[in-house]
Write a protein of this length. Structure first.
Length: 744
């Protein structure tokens, strides 16, 4: 660290000891903040900025790591290991969201971040960093400051083409200060820039507010994590609160006898997790040591771990999961602290919208300055070429004058008088080499001048439309560097319930098939987009109201089912012994033979004879408790009003080999083809419309010889028919992954 310069004369007898200490510690804190806290303009710490700056003369070259570290140390004079670790970190895509450097060789893995020795590695600036900090940025517009040794100049901060303060994650703890920032999804940052430009064009005198675009501020992570409080974050962002804690889960893969730890929250070191597991297994008295049979690291990806723990056959794997979660930090809350340093080195607080606004003002000024610099150089080139064009027909005579033994003043006078040149034009001829004057084509020179005039016009147009340049930059990055979001924020598409007590949610049909193959003694339920509110039902054998939670349901949770509802204003329809009743709120159904269906105030009912009726909760007996007696009714199923067009999938005990699909338009009263006798069982519903799923998995009734029905392509199966039947038997196609599953 550079020597701190104090503005106080400590030899003064007027200062007490505590005043001296206070001055010294204050100056020291400011110096630490200036070095360790990221800049409010580019989101970089000083060492990261210097690491980028040393690449300016070798943007397309691989540099030996040792040479590179030496170049950084020239301007960042601290310990070599500190600089090595910093450079290695910004080259690791699992450590930093946007990799600044690209490393050739062993730059480390997620489960063990330390890479190979620097002498074996090569480094170069990454393509995205080059595009952000160099391409399209006039370096003359950067604010420069003296280096630590005062022997040169370096940028006080970069002015990137995107607001990189939103793309770099930071965790800095200094003397009396802290900065903790999660990155945002790259595509969303580009979209925010475009929205800023659009709103700024409409209301140039007002700072854009991003109202209605709160979802674009949801953070992302460098490794796979699950953000579980998206709704809470969105609500906070709408109220202008951007420091709400982000609830983050890691990833653990569960099999009947094995747990595989893939990731932990992004602010937790995976090596510490490994150490904690090893220490626990070494303790012979621990539950884990008594019940495991094998522990091995199976990692084959550099962005994920794979700590595999195999347990004894009689061990409940979900109990083991809870024990492992107690040892490692699997869930944590990350509270953003948006502390930065400004151009004067003082600590400032900011919010993501204000960071975009600050960046825009700097980027706008930089572009204007860069265009003016380019236009100045362009005009100079035009002036030089026009001067050469003036004497194009007298080149030999001009060269003869310049080669003569006359004095400079005499040559100036002859050239100015003979060719009617100004002093500046004569300067151009004197500063042009003889070889250039003697070897040029007049027609080519005319074309060059015409091209320079076109360039001058383009630069003038750019100066009049700087916002469009910024907008196109955002489009360029969005197209070239698009990538999927790493952190999961979208809801799961369904879940399986294992033995009535464990919920395992899934993202894809393939994952669902994998879970069913591992846990065949399960039931499955697929979610509907029309029912965005989801509630976890406990395994308690009582009827109780289902409570809301501020966090999303974990991927793996203890529970008997997940209830869905289209709104928070919901009712529960209770169907039991040919009676129906209705109660406000959501209730579970673990202890009775009552069918509980979440409904809206208006809903569509299906009677035992197949007739479809439009209903209101008032048509049922409204009760205060879910176990109260209801009114007589032939209702066997209900559909909330959020569904418009759908197929109902049902079977009957009289004809157990037939699966019936009937189209229902909830706005009309129709009739479903139910069999008069026997027990009619609704397997589920299939919503119809654009962007609706095409794959579905349903549970068969207990009296059916198979457990699961897999519809691989419903549109093909439907074939534009509104009502159709599919037959199943023991010769029906079985799924390759789940043998108890019939595939249609």
């Amino acid at each position: 660290m550079a020597k701190i310069k104090y503005n106080t004369e400590f030899k003064s007898k007027d200062l007490s000891a505590d005043q001296v200490v206070n001055v010294c510690m204050t100056d020291y804190t400011l110096d630490v903040a200036a070095n360790k806290i990221p800049s409010v303009f580019d989101g970089l710490k000083k060492v990261q900025r210097r690491a980028i700056w040393v690449c300016r003369d070798s943007l397309d070259k691989d540099i030996p790591m040792m040479t590179y570290i030496g170049d950084v140390l020239k301007s960042h004079q601290v310990g070599d290991m500190s600089v090595t670790n910093a450079c290695m970190r910004i080259a690791q895509d699992f450590s930093t969201y946007v990799s600044i450097l690209y490393g050739e060789g062993n730059i480390g893995r997620y489960e063990f971040k330390k890479g190979g020795a620097p002498r074996y590695l090569k480094i170069r600036i990454s393509d995205i960093a080059k595009d952000l900090f160099y391409t399209g940025v006039n370096l003359k517009t950067l604010p420069m400051t003296s280096t630590m040794d005062t022997m040169g100049l370096e940028p006080a901060y970069f002015i990137p083409r995107l607001p990189t303060t939103l793309l770099f994650e930071t965790l800095t703890i200094g003397v009396g200060t802290k900065s903790q920032i999660l990155p945002m999804y790259f595509d969303n940052v580009c979209e925010l820039v475009k929205r800023y430009i659009d709103e700024h064009a409409k209301y140039p005198l007002h700072t854009p507010t991003f109202y209605g675009y709160e979802n674009l501020f949801i953070p992302d992570t460098p490794i796979f994590n699950t953000i579980r409080n998206t709704s809470l974050l969105l609500d906070s962002y709408r109220r202008g609160i951007y420091d709400a804690s982000v609830q983050v889960d890691g990833e653990i893969e569960v099999s009947p006898n094995t747990l595989v730890i893939k990731t932990v929250p992004c602010n937790i070191s995976f090596s510490k997790v490994t150490e904690a597991i090893v220490n626990t297994l070494s303790d012979k008295k621990s539950w884990l040591a008594e019940n495991y049979t094998e522990y091995v690291n199976l990692a084959n990806e550099h962005t994920k771990g794979a700590l595999s723990i195999t347990f004894k056959r009689n061990v409940n794997i979900f109990e083991a999961l809870q024990k492992v979660k107690e040892i490692i930090t699997f869930t944590t809350g990350i509270k953003p602290i948006y502390n930065f340093v400004n151009k004067y080195g003082f600590e400032v607080q900011a919010t993501p919208p204000s960071l975009i606004d600050r960046w825009y003002k700097e980027r706008y000024s930089s572009l204007v300055g860069g265009i003016k610099y380019s236009q100045s150089d362009n005009i100079k080139s035009i002036y030089e070429k026009q001067t050469r064009l003036l004497v194009a027909d007298h080149t030999d005579e001009v060269i003869g004058i310049l080669r003569s033994d006359r004095t400079k003043e005499e040559m100036y006078k002859i050239l100015m008088d003979k060719f009617e040149l100004s002093k500046n034009q004569t300067d151009v001829l004197f500063n042009t080499s003889i070889s250039i004057l003697s070897n040029f084509n007049k027609q080519a020179l005319i074309k060059e001048i015409e091209a320079l005039y076109i360039k001058a016009k383009n630069l003038k147009d750019m100066l009049d439309d700087v916002d469009n340049v910024i907008y196109k930059d955002a489009e360029y990055f969005q197209k070239k560097y698009h990538r999927p979001r790493i952190a999961k924020i979208t809801p799961y598409i369904g879940y399986i319930c294992y033995q009535g007590s464990q919920i395992l949610q899934f993202d894809t049909i393939d994952e669902a098939l994998s879970l069913l193959s591992k846990f065949p003694d399960s039931t499955i339920k697929m979610f509907c987009d029309e029912m965005p509110h989801r509630y976890l039902v406990s395994t308690k054998p009582v009827i109780e109201r289902v409570k809301d939670s501020k966090f999303d349901i974990p991927k793996i949770a203890e529970g008997s089912t997940i209830l869905e509802s289209p709104t928070t204003d919901i009712y529960t329809l209770c169907i039991k012994d040919k009676t129906i009743s209705c109660v406000k709120g959501l209730f579970n159904n673990n202890s009775t033979d009552t069918l509980f269906i979440p409904i809206t105030e208006k809903f569509t009912g299906i009677n035992k004879n197949g007739t479809i009726v439009k209903m209101n909760v008032k048509d049922a007996a409204i009760r205060k408790t879910a176990d109260a007696h209801g009114k007589m009714s032939d209702l066997i199923y209900a559909i909330p009003s959020c569904y418009k067009n759908l197929f109902i999938v049902h079977m009957n005990t009289i004809d157990p080999e037939s699966i019936r699909f009937d189209y229902i338009k909830t706005s009309q009263t129709e009739r479903v083809m139910f069999i008069d006798s026997g027990e009619e069982v609704v397997l589920g519903i299939i919503p119809i419309g654009n962007n609706k799923p095409n794959e579905f998995i349903f549970n068969f009734p207990s009296w059916c010889p198979f457990k699961f029905l897999y519809i691989k392509n419903f549109k093909k199966l439907q074939n534009n028919k509104n009502n159709f039947t599919c037959m199943i038997n023991r010769r029906s196609k079985r799924n390759d992954t789940v043998r108890s599953m019939i595939e249609l």
